[in-house]
Design a protein around this ligand. Structure first.
Ligand code: MG
Length: 157
């Protein structure tokens, strides 16, 4: 077994798309980033790379690389999954938290879980996505940022 932990934070800005876990969420503001700024997919990708001790998402997909400008973050997750398979692992389960003040994410959580379950090739009951606000405090609470954290367990096949 291998455990991995990943996190990510992006600045929020008016007029940007808000994409979380592959779901485009109706919102006046979204996350700023070199890619599509999907914090949840970035955190899960980082957790997989961490479990494999293969560095972090930035060492595989530099934000200075024009290839990843506005890139679909499923590309990053797909590469991490390719690496875990290459190393002879499969995913046991994943747990994650999204920190965002608004809008409410509850209506979208199930679709995010379905997206992750499909990509990770596991059952949906092995995929947890939780959402928390910042209670009006710090950069999350002031709607200046969105953050995600993920913990993943890999099993040697
Ligand atoms: Mg990121």
């Amino acid at each position: 077994m291998r455990i991995g932990f990943g996190n990510d934070i992006h600045k929020l800005q008016d007029g940007k798309p808000l994409i979380i876990g592959g779901v485009t969420i109706p919102s006046e503001f979204g996350a700023v980033g070199h890619s599509d700024a999907d914090v949840l997919l970035h955190a899960v990708t980082d957790a997989i790379l961490g479990a494999l001790a293969l560095g972090d998402i930035g060492s595989h997909f530099s934000d200075k690389d024009e290839r990843w400008k506005d890139a679909d973050s499923f590309i990053f997750l797909g590469e991490a999954i390719r690496l875990l398979k290459e190393k002879g692992f499969e995913v046991e389960n994943v747990d994650s938290i999204i920190n965002l003040e608004k809008p409410k994410l509850r209506p979208h959580i199930q679709t995010m879980r379905e997206n992750l379950a499909r990509e990770l090739e596991i059952e949906i009951d092995c995929v947890s996505v939780k959402a928390k606000t910042g209670e009006g405090l710090d950069s999350i609470g002031l709607s200046q940022a969105i953050k995600a954290e993920a913990c993943i367990l890999l099993r040697k096949i």
